[in-house]
Ligand binder design. Structure first.
Ligand SMILES: [Zn+2]
Ligand SMILES: [Zn+2]
Length: 419
């Protein structure tokens, strides 16, 4: 089974911008409704295919981080949208009634997305009845209200929503927004109050909690309880032969066994203390931050790669390493031509993950296939199975947005879900 490209996939702008003025108002509305239904049917197909790709992890062939990253890379979705597509696609696999209505263009993506947030085997039928009758925003209200009454569901959602972000407000001021659960808030608040006791008495009430939080971070760094690379140097003990070899060999980090390849990665760009030992375990040479890209050479690599991980599709700019294309134990120099910027994930991929990168910055999968630098262009294609012919009004809400009783709607939903 293969998906073939249309013989002439490019439709001219003249054809696309054809004159719609001959359509009367009814025809115009029918056309838009029909396309909305067709879009829903196509979206259903897309999400089911995404679910299949996620299930068999087909995206992993290319060394991307996740199915969502692949969608973002190859299909032009934002990462947030791609993640939502993966979530909805996964949910659909256990919602046959929703799939049937969605796939025939009777439920729009907006409605299906709402359904998948709360649907279970028990309540799916009722939810789809609501979805057919209500508008998308009415359905959102029902689903939100149902969720509020469903505490476990809410606790899980709160856990999933946890995030932290810095926003630059201007004039040297940064805003920190943290989303956390109640128990996490309690822990932070307790530590903050204790730390506030150590803030000087002259500090204003407005500034005290800020100083307290910064002091908590300072003491955490000073006590070395963090695993951050810069404050906590780990000791890598390995023989020079093992590091230079392609095969395995004994390698220890702070006394713990790690693979030789992990040793090669850590000695590639992490401020580790490298202890090279001979066959009897005698330490030959110790070097702190051995052979790392530092100073001008590091700056040149970062400038050339714009500080972004060089792996195709990756956009990471934080926690990046400068990888030696030829490892320093094999004669690779710490010169810009031998360095490449990689995020932690992809640095691991080219060491432990079996991916390779050469001096033309071409990445290959463990089986030797080149990872394309550019995404394939999006094209209209013929489908393996034709999309269904959809009725022109398939996606229209049957109740046309008529008012509904929220308490009754949610009550019924609670009843069927509990049973
Ligand atoms: Zn490396
Ligand atoms: Zn990366």
């Amino acid at each position: 089974m293969s998906i073939t490209t249309f013989a002439s996939p490019d439709v001219s702008a003249e054809a696309l911008l054809s004159d719609f003025s001959q359509l009367d108002n009814q025809q115009l509305q029918d056309e838009i409704r029909g396309l909305a239904s067709l879009t829903a049917a196509a979206m259903c197909r897309l999400l089911l295919l995404v679910a299949e790709m996620e299930r068999r992890q087909a995206w992993a062939d290319w060394g991307v981080r996740s199915c969502a990253h692949w969608l973002s890379w190859q299909c032009g979705f934002s990462l947030a949208t791609a993640r939502e597509h993966v979530r909805v696609g996964r949910a659909l696999s256990s919602l046959p009634r929703t799939v049937a209505l969605f796939g025939n263009g009777e439920l729009t993506y907006a409605k299906v997305r709402a359904i998948t947030r709360v649907a279970t085997v028990e309540n799916e039928e009722l939810l789809t009845e609501y979805a057919k009758a209500a508008t998308a925003s009415q359905l959102e209200v029902i689903v939100r209200s149902f969720r509020r009454q469903n505490e476990v569901e809410e606790a899980n959602a709160a856990h999933a929503k946890r995030s932290m972000e810095w926003v630059y407000e201007g004039e040297g001021v940064y805003v920190l927004t943290v989303r956390m659960t109640a128990e996490e808030r309690a822990i932070i608040d307790r530590a903050r109050k204790l730390a506030e006791a150590d803030v000087s008495a002259e500090t204003s009430a407005q500034h005290r909690p800020v100083e307290a939080l910064v002091n908590i971070a300072r003491s955490s760094l000073a006590s070395g309880t963090t695993t951050s690379k810069d404050t906590h140097l780990v000791n890598l003990t390995v023989s020079a032969e093992t590091l230079a070899d392609d095969a395995g060999g004994e390698c220890h980090v702070d006394g713990l066994d790690v693979s030789a390849e992990t040793g090669r990665r850590l000695s590639c760009d992490a401020p580790v203390v490298v202890s090279l030992v001979d066959g009897t375990g005698r330490v030959l040479k110790m070097g702190r931050k051995a052979r790392l890209f530092t100073g001008a050479a590091r700056a040149a690599v970062l400038k050339r790669d714009r500080g972004i991980c060089a792996f195709p599709s990756c956009t990471h700019t934080r926690w990046i390493d400068v990888h030696h294309i030829t490892h320093w134990t094999r004669g690779g120099l710490t010169e810009p031509e031998n360095g490449i910027v990689l995020c932690g994930f992809h640095h691991r991929a080219v060491h432990e993950g079996g991916f390779t990168v050469d001096h033309s910055f071409t990445f290959r999968t463990p089986t030797g296939v080149i990872v394309p630098k550019e995404a394939d262009s999006l094209r209209l294609r013929e489908f393996t199975t034709p999309l269904p012919a959809v009725a022109a009004d398939a996606c229209v809400s049957s109740d046309n947005g008529a008012p509904f009783d929220l308490d009754t709607a949610v009550g019924c939903l609670m009843d069927v879900t509990a049973n």
